[in-house]
Ligand binder design. Structure first.
Ligand SMILES: [Zn+2]
Ligand SMILES: [Zn+2]
Length: 127
């Protein structure tokens, strides 16, 4: 479940003085999409998880103002069937940064809590 995973990472971020930000494009995009989905479903997201994503997003934007659009414009393979798509048309695993096409994401069971497909690694598939 991604919330427990993010909570643990955010607690570590707190304990470390909130210095280390997420600058991994895949992870940050996955977290951002996951959080948007959770908020739409009115799932309470802990304040430090929200703060961590917001800080990371702002830091990434300061360094690379167009990073999000550049990132989504790259091509990547679906990790299950190998088909190649623009990243904006692929879905992201919140945990191991795998990418899945629309067909393949439909093969995973849906989380009854978040409504996201559940990846075999324990993460959720978002975006
Ligand atoms: Zn696929
Ligand atoms: Zn996964």
């Amino acid at each position: 479940m991604s919330l427990a995973y993010y909570q643990k990472l955010a607690d570590e971020w707190d304990a470390g003085g909130r210095t280390e930000l997420v600058t991994h494009d895949y992870q940050l995009t996955g977290m951002f999409c996951w959080m948007q989905g959770a908020m739409k479903k009115k799932i309470p997201v802990p304040a430090n998880v929200r703060a961590w994503v917001a800080h990371s997003w702002a830091a990434q934007k300061r360094l690379y103002p167009n990073w999000y659009w550049n990132f989504l414009g790259q091509r990547e393979n679906c990790d299950m069937c190998g088909a190649r798509y623009l990243l904006e048309n692929l879905s992201f695993c919140t945990r191991l940064n795998s990418t899945y096409c629309w067909d393949c994401r439909g093969r995973f069971e849906i989380s009854p809590i978040t409504g996201n497909p559940m990846c075999s690694c324990g993460g959720e598939i978002v975006g």
